[in-house]
Design a protein around this ligand. Structure first.
Ligand code: AHR
Length: 501
């Protein structure tokens, strides 16, 4: 396929100006008891005879996720979290009570996947758990008991005896704790002034057992551009009582008409991208408010839900939020992760919604079959940035013009890893025109450049159960290194990661 190449974009790589580390938790994920994220996605039950598993957890899923280096996994919600009573999900399975999952289709939740199953699974995966506590319909004691059950030393309380009786000989390591989810909505429809007080009450009773295993408390943060929410929390929460504020932002065309995940027009693609790229303004403005109260940036911004949200696949349960994933999602993910990398002085965690079978999933499952989505491949290509030093870029980009509206075409970020290799990730958001990019390298000299690209001949393409490898990353030889200049062309709606040594 030939594409018209636009005028040159220029980037300056300041290879000697890095000072901030890209926290690996920016590459975090989110798993909710919603549709087939847990049941059928992660968990197929410990008596399953057809799908290989360990204690009911699918081994194909674990193997695929290990390649992503999933650093942190948020659970059990989402909206589900504020209806969840963790004690219903521990102990002998046949004695666990069932409940209705009222947010997600009123389906029966039999509690067969609970705290022990989740935390053991995180150990198998090598990911840190992030438990989202029930503040909307729970009690401070219930949350404080959960902290004790999971993290306190043996024989220190009835909760730790309970843990041992349930077959876990020692505490798990659980650092990340959310105090409610979307407290402004499904988490209780609270006003922020009220939530700030509730937060303080709950946080008071969440006790570390010593200073070396400190818990990290994340307040339920703003929706999109609700800057008042961030302002009030920064003002009202005592510094010693929180470590991060959340932020949720979904890329939705229109909540009443989200559009198909696969059968979309360029206009719909453009609108999704516009909503996604708004993340740059959101983190900039929320961070600026946090800077007023916390100029030393001790508190983090955790974008603990983000991603594209479309109509469910035809014929599937509307409450299960199962959607396919195309090159639009790959571009969305690549551009958003570049934004997070570039804001890593404040954004220390982000959790893509959601990991399997829900919204912008990295994995789709259908019985024993499994598909890795284009978003999976972006997450895998970008994992080189995890815990690397962010190198600032100055980008002068062409515009992607559609009708009277424009978007920035090139979104990029760079980092230097512990072995000294530099990685630059670049996304061409323009759906029609390839972009030629000239990178001026300052402060380092490199001998070699290699790369990988994720691209496809149609942006609506996706990986299906019938054709799971239609879109996979391939070697990219399109970058030329000449002294301190690097030149490349990026096809429309494509993602490239370069390695310089
Ligand atoms: O990710 C799906 C839902 O979106 C979550 O449960 C909720 O927190 C958000 O509104």
């Amino acid at each position: 396929m030939t594409y018209f190449v636009n005028a040159q974009n220029t980037i300056t790589l300041n290879a000697d100006k890095g000072k901030d580390i890209i926290n690996k938790n920016i590459y975090g994920h989110f798993a909710e008891h919603l549709g087939h994220c847990i049941y059928g996605g992660f968990y197929v039950g410990d008596s399953n005879k057809t799908i290989p598993h360990k204690d009911g957890v699918r081994l194909d899923v674990i193997e695929a996720l290990k390649k992503l280096k999933v650093p942190v996994l948020r659970w059990p919600g989402g909206c589900f979290a504020d209806t969840y009573h963790w004690k219903d999900g521990v102990g002998p399975k046949k004695e666990r009570p069932s409940m209705l999952n009222v947010w997600w289709g009123n389906v029966k939740e039999d509690n067969s996947f609970g705290t022990n199953e989740f935390l053991n699974m995180c150990e198998l995966l090598g990911a840190e758990p992030y438990l989202s506590g029930n503040v909307g319909s729970g009690t401070p004691q219930e949350l404080s008991d959960w902290v004790k059950y999971t993290t306190h030393p043996n024989s220190s309380s009835p909760m730790t005896d309970f843990r041992q009786r349930n077959g876990r000989p020692n505490p798990w390591h659980v650092k990340y704790w959310g105090l409610g989810n979307e407290a402004w909505g499904c988490g209780g429809n609270m006003k922020v002034e009220y939530y700030a007080n509730v937060y303080r009450q709950y946080a008071t009773f969440m006790t570390n057992w010593n200073n070396s295993d400190k818990i990290f408390r994340i307040a339920s943060g703003a929706s999109d551009d609700d800057y008042h929410w961030t302002e009030v929390l920064m003002k009202e929460l005592p510094a010693g009582m929180f470590d991060a504020l959340g932020l949720h932002h979904y890329s939705v065309i229109d909540w009443s008409k989200k559009g198909s995940a696969t059968d979309y027009s360029e206009e719909e693609y453009f609108t999704t991208m516009k909503k996604a790229l708004f993340m740059d303004e959101l983190v900039t403005k929320h961070s600026a408010i946090m800077d007023k109260y916390d100029p030393q940036k001790k508190k983090a911004l955790a974008v603990d839900e983000w991603g594209g949200w479309y109509d469910v696949e035809p014929g599937t349960n509307g409450a299960f939020l199962f959607q396919q994933n195309t090159m639009r999602d790959a571009v969305l993910a690549g551009a958003t992760l570049n934004i997070f990398n570039n804001h890593c002085d404040r954004v220390k965690m982000a959790n893509l919604a959601q990991i399997i079978n829900v919204l912008q999933a990295v994995i789709l499952t259908k019985e024993e079959k499994l598909v890795l989505t284009p978003t999976y491949h972006v997450m895998e290509m970008y994992n080189v940035h995890q815990d690397a030093m962010m190198l600032p870029l100055e980008v002068t980009s062409n515009k992607y013009i559609l009708g009277k509206d424009t978007l920035t075409a090139i979104w990029a970020s760079a980092s230097k890893d512990k072995n000294g290799a530099t990685h630059i990730s670049l996304v061409n958001v323009n759906a029609k025109q390839a972009q030629s990019v000239s990178i001026n390298i300052n402060g380092a000299s490199y001998k070699t450049v290699t790369g990988r690209i994720l691209t496809s001949d149609k942006m609506q393409n996706y990986n299906s159960f019938e054709n799971p490898n239609k879109i996979v990353p391939v070697t990219y030889n399109g970058a030329q290194l000449n002294g301190s200049k690097l030149n490349l062309n990026i096809p429309p709606y494509s993602v490239v990661v370069l390695e310089l040594k």
